[in-house]
Design a protein. Sequence first.
Length: 402
Amino acid sequence: MQQAVKVTDTIYWIGGNDRETDLFEGLWALPRGVAYNAYFINDEKRALIDTIKADKLSAYMERLVSIMPEGGAIDYLVVDHMEPDHSGSISILRKFYPNMKIVGNKKTIEMINAFYGITDGMIEVKEGDVLDLGRHKLAFATIPMVHWPESMVAYDSTEKVLFSTDAFGGFCALEGGIFDDELDMSLYEDETLRYFANIVGRYAAPTQKAIAKVRALDPKIICPAHGPIYRSNPRHIVDLYDKWSSHRTDPGLVVVYGSMYGNTKFMTDTIARAAAEAGVRDVVVHDASRSNLSYIVRDIWKYRGLVLGSCTYNTELYPPVAALCRALKNKMMKNRVLGLCGSYSWSKGALAELRVFAEQCCDWRLVEPTIEVKSSPTEVDLKLCRELGRNMAKAVLSKEDE
Ligand SMILES: Cc1cc2nc3c(=O)[nH]c(=O)nc-3n(C[C@H](O)[C@H](O)[C@H](O)COP(=O)(O)O)c2cc1C
């Protein structure tokens, strides 16, 4: 039987790892899996913090019963977030523990009804309300749009433990360790940025508000709904989320191309080489057809510069590049510098669409020259590519664009 893991003497991790789902939300690659964290507080009143994706319930239940007295009851289920990877087992848990009260805010309660048809046995909490479990007192704070409108955190003031739901979460299953001091955090930081950029990033402004609330609490342990539990350095993950959600970037360049026969790729490779020669150490090149969008978006979130290159496809932008532009507009990223190039053979199309994209991203600065090539780049075109690479390097390394 799988065992609960102690977070403190009376708080336990009862989550599960998912290495079977290939695409989170049907979109985002999960080569290293994802963890769904949930917690149990063993006090005079027993409380669960969140449930788990329905097909992972057996792991959750095994861990829970490993520390429950036989036939013991659960008094409360706190629902911090209604996305089904956390709420998916509410109905079955309610059947298992019929007297368990479900604790959520007004929006949570509406959603529980809409998702699971549950209308009774609920306790509505508001900002600042406290649930008394005995020794532990759980205070609730809403963090709307991090990641859904009903998202809230629960803070145990007794042990200074914050249950932070999707805030401070990350991809990657918990590989043996579950705490920040037990894991290779360089891997988890990459996977946490990839999670932030793709799942929470659009809601950067609400994330900033959530961070202000969390800093005021100054928790000793942060227990997110995905990824490691932060107990050795909880401020570090708050600082990282703060950096990412305030659009602070590193001096690097992401180069993304959409190319069928290599001509556009030749242009973007030439730009990347010129940027490297001009001193940009971090240059990341993505083939838009092959890299999962989540990695491209992660790297664009990290670095200051982006070069987009696309061939023309049936009068339009090449479809994987169009999908990326659409995703980037949705993310509302700020404070980036952008270079563009495109190719065509008869009617043009790709570069014009990239220029429209640049105008729509009003917080991005367009770096010249933009380059449009007919079929294959000539020596003159390649010279312009090298010029763009050097100008991107200047913009990326300049302090003014920070
Ligand atoms: C299926 C297909 C559709 C294309 N549609 C257009 C088009 O609508 N307008 C145009 O000017 N060129 C069009 N082209 C030509 C390419 O955009 C052009 O040859 C470009 O240089 C190819 O770049 P690449 O080598 O990076 O794939 C098309 C090419 C293909 C294979």
